[in-house]
Design a protein around this ligand. Sequence first.
Ligand SMILES: Nc1ncnc2c1ncn2[C@@H]1O[C@H](COP(=O)(O)OP(=O)(O)OP(=O)(O)O)[C@@H](O)[C@H]1O
Ligand SMILES: [Mg+2]
Length: 246
Amino acid sequence: MALEIKDLHVEVEGKDIVKGVNLMINDGEFHVLMGHNGSGKTTLAKAVMGHPSTKIKAGDIIFNGQSVKDLTADKRAKLGIFLEFQAPVEVEGVGFVNFLRAARESTSGSTVDMKQLMGEIRDYTDKLAIAGGVIGRSLNQGFSGGEKKKAEILQMAVLKPKLAILDEPDSGLDIDAVKAVAQSISEIYKKQKMGLLLITHYSRILNYMEPQFVHVMAGGKIVANGGKELIQKLEKEGYESFYNGK
Ligand SMILES: Nc1ncnc2c1ncn2[C@@H]1O[C@H](COP(=O)(O)OP(=O)(O)OP(=O)(O)O)[C@@H](O)[C@H]1O
Ligand SMILES: [Mg+2]
C-alpha cells in the first residue's frame, strides 16, 4: 500500500474546498483525476504534499502505513512524495542543476555522484527535447510555459519518488511535447514502479499512456470512479451528467 486518503476535508483561506475525499493509490498503480475548473483537484494535490496554503480540517493522509498529515512538505518529499505544480514558480539565483543536486541529496539522504546525475539529466533533456541552455539557467527563470512543465518531469526523473502527483503536466504543451512528456512519465513510472496520480483536463496525453483508474471530482468530492471508459463518457457528455448524479 502506498497512499491512502481518508475522508479528507481541506480548507483554503477559511473556505471549505475538499469535502470528504477517499482515495487509495497502491504502488505501481496509475490513477487519473479529472474534474471541472475549481472542483478542488489542485487543492487536494497540495494537501497531500503538505503545501502551507492548505489546512486539513478532518480526515487523514496515510503514506506507507504512516500518517503524514502533520508533516512538513519537506519531510513528505523525503518519504518519497512528489508533486508537479500546475504553475511552477521561478526561483532567482538557484541554478537548475544545483537545485536538482540539492533536491536529490535531500530526498535520498546521500551524496550525489555528479557524473551519474549529469548523465540522467542529459538522458531526459534529450527525451523531453529540452533545448540546450535551458538547464544552465536559474530554476524556471525565463523558462517558457512548456519548458517549466518539462523541467518538472526532469525533476521527477532525478528524484525517483515513490508516489508522484502530476498536476496538468500537459497544460500549455505543443502536440509533440505532450507526446514526449507522456512517454517520459510512462518510462519513469514503469522503472520506479511508483504510484502515479495524474490530473488532466484532456484525453490527448492518455493516448500515450494506460491509466488503470479514473476518478472524477466535482464540488470538492470524488463523484465517479471507473476506468478509461469514464474519459470517453466525459468527452461526450461533459461534467454536467456527473453533477446530476447520473
Ligand atoms: N488561496 C485561495 N484563496 C481562496 N480560494 C482559493 C484559493 N486557492 C483555491 N481557492 C478556490 O478553491 C477552489 C478549488 O481550486 P483548485 O485550484 O483546487 O481547483 P482545480 O480543480 O485544480 O481547478 P483547475 O482545473 O482550474 O485547475 C476554487 O474555487 C478556487 O477559487
Ligand atoms: Mg488545478
